[in-house]
Structures are given as structure tokens and as C-alpha cells.
Design a protein around this ligand. Structure first.
Ligand code: NI
Length: 252
């Protein structure tokens, strides 16, 4: 059975389909998924979904795009939400210099704050890093001591060398629908990830894999991600290994 470690069922496009998605998971071969928040309301929605549906878990956090909205009240709320039994991670948090929707200094400050928050709550983290791997690595190295509960580089798009640096820090590396794109160009990175650090995700409703590009992504399309990675990773059963990794990291 597969585990989707990054699914935005809390997105307005998927929320009306939550019950149907949950219901169909066993027949689609999906054991569980993590609904990931990106600011306070979406984090509350993720937790609500996780409490309503047995196969859903939740992550709470502020996305780099929304860093400019972060407040102490948000962090206090995340503390409360993280005490609930299905809240398994702090995320998605990080740096996004591609869109730059929040000032970079603000992104960095909020990233620091949430890394410390995750450590104090004894939770792993889900990192969204885009066009900012250098700064992210520097910040994560500064926070080496705060990474003891682990974390995952979601939708990894960096180099093999950079991947090895994140692995050295104890982190996991997740891939989604982008692996099916013709221009993905990073099969070598996927091949180089240590088996015990590899994770699968959809990032639904975004990152829809081939052959459904142009439609909203949904958790069952994770099968296309598994199949593509399996072509490159003949050394392991991608499904078995990634699901075991997800259970271990997120204590599912
Ligand atoms: Ni996401």
C-alpha cells in the first residue's frame, strides 16, 4: 500500500471531494495520506480532516508564500493543534525565491521560527524549498540540533550534491508528479537517494503527473509516481520502501 506524504485535500478544489477520496483509498492501494497546511486556516482544516477521516493525517505550518502573515497567535494555535493525535508534522515551511511572495528576510525569519517550533513540539518537518537550496542548507545546518525528529524535502528539485547534504542532516527526500514530466531531467538524483530516505507524494491538486496533466491532481495518481521511480530504482520495491519510510518518519 502506498502513502501520499503531501496532499492538499484542504484546498478548495479537493475539499468537496474529501469523503469520496477517503472512501476510495483502499481500492486505489493507498494506505494513508498527510494533509498539509500552508497558513492557519488551511492548517486547521487539515487537522479537522484528519480527525474526521481515519486514513488522513495532518501537518500544520506556514508556507514561505504566506510568511508575511505569520504571527505568535499562529504558532500558539499550531502548538494546540500539534497535541491532537493525528497531527504528525510541522509543514509546509521553507523558502521560495521563485515566486518571492513574501520578502526573503521575512521568509528566513519565519523559517527559523518554525524549525524551532517543530523541535519544541518533537515533530518532523515538511520543507518547501524552491530556488533557495543554498540558503535553506545554511539555515538547516545552523539548526542541526533542531532536526532530531527529521524532515522531508518535499518535491525535491535540487542537485545530487545538495541532496547528499540534506541526507547528511538526517532528512528525507520526496518526489511527486514532476518525475513523470519529459523535462524532469533528474533521474540521476532519484537513483542516488539512499533507499531509507526516499518518500512519495502527490502535492495534489498541484503537480498532476502524466498522463493527466491539465487536470486537478488527486491522491490515486501517486501510482504514476511510483511506477516512474520504480523504472529507475530496480534495486528496491519503491512502494514497500517508501511506505515504511513514511511510517517511520511520521510515526503513522
Ligand atoms: Ni504543498
Amino acid at each position: 500500500m502506498l502513502i501520499d506524504t503531501h496532499a492538499h485535500i484542504n484546498d478548495e478544489r479537493l475539499l468537496p471531494r474529501a469523503a469520496e477520496i477517503h472512501e476510495s483509498m483502499p481500492e486505489k492501494g493507498i494506505e494513508s495520506l498527510i494533509v498539509v497546511g500552508y497558513e492557519r486556516p488551511s492548517s486547521e482544516s487539515a487537522v479537522e480532516l484528519s480527525l474526521k477521516y481515519p486514513r488522513f493525517y495532518a501537518a500544520v505550518g506556514i508556507h514561505p508564500h504566506d510568511s508575511k502573515t505569520a504571527s505568535i497567535e499562529d504558532y500558539d494555535r499550531f502548538k494546540e493543534l500539534s497535541e491532537l493525535p493525528k497531527t504528525v508534522a510541522i509543514g509546509e515551511i521553507g523558502l521560495d525565491y521563485y515566486y518571492d511572495l513574501s520578502d526573503r528576510d521575512v521568509q528566513k525569519r519565519v523559517f527559523h521560527e518554525q524549525i524551532e517550533l517543530a523541535h519544541s513540539l518533537k515533530k518532523p518537518m515538511i520543507f518547501h524549498i524552491r530556488d533557495a537550496y543554498g540558503d535553506a542548507l545554511q539555515i538547516l545546518k545552523e539548526h542541526r540540533g533542531d532536526l532530531e525528529y527529521g524532515g522531508v524535502m518535499h518535491c525535491y528539485g535540487g542537485s545530487t550534491e545538495m541532496m547528499r547534504e540534506f541526507v547528511k542532516l538526517g532528512l528525507h527526500i520526496a518526489f511527486g508528479g514532476a518525475v513523470t514530466f519529459k523535462n524532469f531531467g533528474k533521474a540521476e538524483v532519484v537513483k542516488a537517494v539512499p533507499a531509507d530516505r526516499l518518500l512519495l507524494e502527490t502535492d495534489c491538486p498541484y503537480m498532476t503527473p502524466v498522463p493527466f496533466r491539465g487536470k486537478d491532481n488527486i491522491p490515486e495518481y501517486i501510482a504514476f509516481v511510483r511506477d516512474k521511480i520504480q523504472e529507475w530504482r530496480t534495486d528496491i520495491s519503491v512502494e514497500e520502501v517508501t511506505s515504511e519510510n513514511a511510517r517511520t518518519l511520521f510515526k503513522l
